[in-house]
Ligand binder design. Structure first.
Ligand SMILES: *[C@@H]1O[C@H](CO)[C@@H](O)[C@H](O)[C@H]1NC(C)=O
Ligand SMILES: *[C@@H]1O[C@H](CO)[C@@H](O)[C@H](O)[C@H]1NC(C)=O
Ligand SMILES: *[C@@H]1O[C@H](CO)[C@@H](O)[C@H](O)[C@H]1NC(C)=O
Ligand SMILES: *[C@@H]1O[C@H](CO)[C@@H](O)[C@H](O)[C@H]1NC(C)=O
Ligand SMILES: *[C@@H]1O[C@H](CO)[C@@H](O)[C@H](O)[C@H]1NC(C)=O
Ligand SMILES: *[C@@H]1O[C@H](CO)[C@@H](O)[C@H](O)[C@H]1NC(C)=O
Ligand SMILES: *[C@@H]1O[C@H](CO)[C@@H](O)[C@H](O)[C@H]1NC(C)=O
Length: 307
């Protein structure tokens, strides 16, 4: 009803093979019910439905998992359900579980009866997906949501921005891909501009069940799509939300926590991250609001099918 209305009112750029995606009423949860692929539906109260509920309600129950990745299955044969929950590498275990629990409620409600569904909660602090297909250890580039800030890098720094951004992202990609099987995540920053007054912050992450090669492939394809993905413009911020990997960058807004409690991510800063003293006035991350105007913080969104 209200979410249905919302999805009608939102402005999306549709590619030729589009699935329906939308945002929940609070604007915190973005999801794709995979209508474009049409992987089929389950019947309410069927075994599949029961298995899905059981799986999702127990997904984060293993309190030994402190690295933000949950992958499991429940059921047998055609009623087997698979799910992956992944938290952004800088999200603490308690927040991670909370984020995935909230996502569980939203995803099952918003993608009711869909056998395949994916959603990202609260600035992509976590991703939750469920499927009847085997989804572990494989690289899935879609369904994807790509968003880019409609404010371009200024003309005077355009080339430098492009080069600096790509260089940063490729470095981070290598770090993330070579990460352990519990965390494939890297963050870093680069400073550009005439007065060194522009800092690009970036974050990349793969589901850690991917091999180094597959993680590399997923992130590499995402980086190579800049700026072709996005009306051939390099916005000052951008996000690639895919089932297997996540990439985000922002200019002059630090959107991730620099203090990590996970051991493997402390080594994941390739370029010197400015100390807080040298970046005193960076604004809060822009909201992920979609529209077709050109104001800062406004993103355009493109959706892509699984294949
Ligand atoms: C599943 O449900 C959706 C939404 O109700 C519908 O559009 C789609 O055609 C259904 N798919 C199948 C295979 O029945
Ligand atoms: C599913 O089960 C619940 C709880 O037993 C029941 O209230 C509901 O009516 C059932 N729905 C359908 C469509 O069978
Ligand atoms: C989950 O939802 C509850 C209730 O709406 C909210 O208080 C909490 O902050 C949410 N968790 C996260 C991680 O956003
Ligand atoms: C950076 O410095 C240049 C040159 O002084 C100025 O034009 C630009 O607005 C500054 N950018 C920011 C983000 O402060
Ligand atoms: C979950 O992922 C880990 C690697 O991160 C892997 O060792 C494990 O086998 C996976 N579980 C399933 C059910 O595929
Ligand atoms: C950004 O760049 C694109 C492509 O060059 C251009 O069409 C657009 O007008 C620019 N936007 C702004 C706000 O300058
Ligand atoms: C979003 O863009 C549309 C079309 O450009 C415009 O009509 C609408 O007023 C904008 N909404 C907001 C909240 O800026």
């Amino acid at each position: 009803m209200s979410s249905f209305l919302c999805s009608l009112l939102l402005t999306f750029i549709f590619t030729s093979q589009i699935s329906t995606a939308t945002t929940d009423a609070t604007g915190k949860f973005r999801y794709i019910c995979d209508q474009g692929n049409d992987d089929g539906n389950y019947t309410t109260n069927s075994t599949y439905h029961t298995n899905l509920k059981t799986l999702l309600s127990t997904l984060t129950s293993n309190k030994d998992i402190n690295y933000g990745f949950y992958n499991s299955s429940y059921g047998v044969n055609t009623d087997k359900v698979n799910a992956i929950g992944l938290c952004r590498g800088d999200v603490k275990p308690d927040d991670c579980q909370n984020c995935l629990q909230n996502s569980t409620a939203l995803l099952t409600q918003l993608c009711q009866n869909r056998k395949e569904a994916i959603g990202w909660y609260d600035d992509e602090k976590c991703m939750l997906r469920s499927s009847h297909r085997l989804i572990f250890g494989i690289n899935e580039m879609g369904p994807a949501m790509i968003a880019w800030n409609l404010q371009n890098a200024t003309k005077e720094v355009e080339d430098e921005f492009d080069k600096g951004l790509k260089n940063l992202l490729y470095n981070l990609k290598n770090l993330a891909a070579s990460g352990e099987s519990d965390l494939k995540y890297a963050v870093g920053s680069d400073v550009i501009g005439p007065n060194n007054n522009q800092t690009i912050f970036a974050l990349v992450q793969c589901t850690p069940d991917l091999s180094e090669t597959l993680c590399d492939e997923c992130l590499d394809k995402s980086i190579k799509e800049i700026p072709n993905c996005c009306d051939n413009r390099i916005g000052i911020g951008g996000r690639f939300l895919r089932p297997s990997c996540y990439l985000r960058y922002e200019t002059n807004s630090l959107f991730y926590q620099q203090t990590q409690d996970s051991p493997s991510s402390s080594s994941s800063s390739p370029s010197p991250t400015p100390s807080p003293a040298s970046v005193p006035s960076f604004s809060a991350p822009p909201p992920f609001a979609e529209n077709t105007t050109s104001s800062p913080g406004i993103y355009h969104i493109k959706l892509m099918k699984r294949s």
